[in-house]
Design a protein around this ligand. Structure first.
Ligand code: SF4
Length: 472
């Protein structure tokens, strides 16, 4: 499978093939204080080969061997990995390691990740503020690899930023491209902007998820810019390191890939403080009001006070960005991808998860119950009802705030309820109850039959209470 390492900038486009580089590369990024010229590369490579014969060396990110195309050197093949043996993913207790490293700095976490996995790990770079990961990697003084998904739909500014980052750090980003045949089929069948009509999932699957899957199949670990504060209330469980719950690594199978999230505990503000302090180049789109940056047709600036995710796929239900429900079979769907290359994948509604939203102050509605509620022209009390699925991580994440809300509303004239809307109830909920994704929260007014859908992705108790107070 090809691993094209061409820059996006026409002024510096250069396909890297085998050992032939068109220009010297200064590897400042990997040799702090010791500028490393391309001409030293032969030595570095031979050193790597002699000491690492048990390892899978210089493996390109995409390990698809079915394609008859040239394999080109990756950024990581330029330098000697610093680990001598392949890290054994299975032997480490990553839950314990995550606990041990939870209070560690991003730099220390990055250092640990690179130390453990050497050439078998790469940073997923989206072209946004996750450039901080590259800066941290540089600061470790260790060799590192960077890959990015070129969907073909990025802003020109993002391509220019990729080029600036390559030059700044003396690296080649290992771009992953979508399968041309798949893109062709999608566009020929549905046009260039089908995502505006039937949701972003299909296009994302072709342009992002599958290329990412291919990339990760060539690795044993990856590094993401996922942070807990990116989706308040929904990412509180992001550990600094974990066995990847979704993707497979080089050795195949569940648990064959380790995911490192060095900035999991860092706030967005602190990431920006770090970027400014270190004088790191940033995507110029940030100066135009963009916070979260993805593909050009699917990203827009946000206003002050808006959550960054509101600038993505804004024509869809806000929560579909996180817990997409556009397809019936989400195992096949493979989830939706965020700007860090992270994928939110959940089951198909038939799991054994314990129920959520259990409280004496909350009414569990059956199908007949909610049908009845929805039919009433006038109700004795207003109702707030969450449509949920117990397996949905976003429902789980809002459980605390929803229960607190139910407690607060006792005796207030507002009833709080829940309706499990996955499985066989899903179609009904989509058709009749405006279900776009889980969780969907509905307000049934006292004197109007039509429920009002809670429009925000903010599910903290204050935001929910503000919604209730505005309508009751
Ligand atoms: Fe397609 Fe938009 Fe997804 Fe990019 S973000 S892959 S253009 S749907």
């Amino acid at each position: 499978m090809a691993l094209s390492l061409s820059s996006s900038s026409s002024s510096s486009t250069s396909a890297v093939s085998g050992s032939s580089f068109p220009r010297p590369i200064d590897l400042r990024a990997t040799q702090i204080g010791l500028p490393f010229n391309f001409h030293d590369r032969t030595l570095a490579l031979s050193t790597a080969l002699s000491v690492s014969q048990r390892r899978h060396l210089a493996r390109p990110l995409n390990a698809d061997t079915n394609r008859n195309v040239s394999t080109v050197a990756s950024a990581a093949t330029i330098v000697a990995p610093e680990v001598l043996e392949t890290a054994d993913v299975a032997l480490e207790d990553y839950e314990q390691l995550a606990k041990d490293l939870d209070g560690a700095s991003p730099l220390a976490i990055m250092g640990k990740a690179l130390e453990k996995f050497g050439n078998d790990i790469a940073i997923a770079f989206s072209g946004a503020e996750d450039v901080a990961l590259i800066e941290y990697a540089r600061l470790t003084g260790r060799p590192f690899r960077v890959f990015s998904l070129d969907t073909g739909r990025l802003n020109p500014e993002t391509y220019q930023f990729f080029d600036a980052v390559e030059k700044q750090y003396g690296i080649r980003i290992e771009y992953m491209f979508p399968d041309a045949v798949e893109v062709q089929a999608l566009v020929r069948n549905k046009g260039l902007f089908s995502f505006y009509e039937d949701g972003h999932q299909e296009c994302c699957r072709v342009r992002k998820v599958r290329p990412l899957r291919r990339a990760l199949k060539g690795l044993r670990a990856w590094i993401t810019g996922q942070r807990k504060d990116q989706s308040p209330g929904t990412r509180s469980e992001v550990p600094v390191v974990q066995l990847d719950p979704v993707f497979e690594g080089l050795d195949g199978g569940v648990g064959s890939l380790v995911k490192w999230n060095p900035v999991a505990n860092v706030s967005g503000n602190d990431v920006w403080n770090f970027l400014r302090a270190m004088n790191v180049p940033v995507n110029t789109l940030h100066t135009q009001g963009y916070v979260s940056i993805g593909c050009e047709p699917c990203t827009r600036p946000v206003l002050p006070g808006q959550h960054e995710r509101e600038g993505r796929w804004w024509w869809e239900d806000a929560k579909a960005k996180e817990c997409g429900l556009h397809k019936g079979n989400l195992k096949q769907e493979e989830g939706s991808l965020n700007e860090n290359g992270n994928v939110g994948v959940h089951g198909n509604g038939t799991t054994t998860h314990a129920d959520v939203f259990e409280s004496q102050n909350l009414v569990g509605l059956t199908r007949a119950g909610i049908e009845n509620l929805a039919k009433l022209e006038s109700r004795k009390e207003a109702w707030l009802v969450v449509l949920y699925a117990p397996w949905c991580q976003f429902c789980q994440a809002m459980e605390g705030s929803y229960l607190e809300l139910a407690d607060k509303l006792v005796g207030s004239g507002v009833k709080v309820g829940k309706f499990r809307a996955d499985g066989e109830q899903k179609e009904y909920a989509k058709q009749q109850l405006q279900l776009g994704s889980f969780p969907t929260i509905l307000w049934f007014p006292k004197h109007s039959p039509k429920p009002i859908k809670y429009p925000s992705a903010k599910r903290d108790v204050d935001s929910l209470m503000a919604f209730v107070n505005a309508l009751r």
